[in-house]
Design a protein around this ligand. Sequence first.
Ligand code: NAD
Ligand code: DAU
Length: 341
Amino acid sequence: MKILVTGGAGFIGSNFIRHLLRSQRDVEIVNFDKLTYAGNPESLADIASDHRYSLVCGDIVDSRIVNDVFTKGIDALVNFAAETHVDRSIEDASPFLRTNVLGTHCLLEAARKFHLPRFVHISTDEVYGSAPADVSFNEEATLDPRSPYAASKASADHLVSAYANTFGISAIVLRCTNNYGPFQFPEKLVPLMIANAREDKPLPIYGDGLQERDWLFVEDYCRAIALALEKAKSGSVYNVSAGMPQPNLKIVRTILHHLGKPDSLMRSVQDRPGHDRRYALDCSKIQRELGWRPEVSFEDGIRRTIEWYQANNEWLEHARTGEYRNYYERHYTRRAETFSQ
Ligand code: NAD
Ligand code: DAU
């Protein structure tokens, strides 16, 4: 099976590619990634020479190169490619609309044109908006995105649904809660707090720090995506979560405790505008229909994550400085320009 993974040099995408190559012998993966600030080929350095894996540097908005890849034959697509950081979307929504909306549209058009058998779209719990206390949204809940990032992801979900309905695209949508684990870019809460605490730098806590997120270890999510790719019925939407929303302050205190650092490193800073208070999903559908369950407890997952960042200081430093771009020049010759020749 030949799988096109878009955005495979990012956090979840790189973990997913590694998961597939480890768990399936008969698989070929084309990683299609623009290598934005968040895309880092070093995250896949250990599998870069696997003959089943190749990287194409390209933009999902560019129909020419997207079509080129499809022309070479694809059995399934998993679309991770996106602008993903809420704070950046508040500063400038344009790249979010471009990649998350127009890029998804471009992939759907290619899927339609080339009669792609399977299109797995990676969405987010943020499309449902903030959940009242004691409410967990199921897949039927109304979409109520509240940040520019969430609005761009909800738009993409609507496009996927419209293309499935209008053109019969065989699409599956996954909406997951916050992931954490190895290879996450250090602008997101967990890796940022680990990186700062290690250096005794202040840890910025937005507002009162009592916003709740339902943290899922990335390997658990990768298993869910692989299951959906293999078994989900066309047209399905699945929520994926750990089922245990926790306040940010508790997450940060746990990280400080593991690192043996004092709570006094935490600094309350101005809140994120429009900050969603709580994300919580009912994921009983994927449990019932695909038999998926989270296997990694938060205690175990956060310990493994902290240990990974401690053991991979070079990756962290390169992510922070952009050094991996030089790595890319040294180790990869296949570029967007040459791919289509
Ligand atoms: P990330 O920011 O770590 O990686 C995004 C990847 O997409 C990068 O490799 C980047 O280079 C690539 N990319 C960006 N624009 C592109 C374009 N125009 N063309 C091709 N590639 C492009 O993201 P992530 O955290 O791994 O998230 C992956 C997906 O999962 C996203 O769609 C996100 O919305 C969704 N999601 C993430 C989380 C989370 O907690 N991280 C939770 C739920 C859903
Ligand atoms: O819920 C899924 C979403 O999770 C994904 O769709 C997004 O792509 C991903 O970025 C993530 O969004 P969040 O906004 O929830 O993640 P972030 O790591 O930015 O923030 C998590 C919480 O921590 C949130 O309540 C804001 C808070 N925060 C974040 C940062 C970076 C802080 O208090 N301080 C910080 O410095």
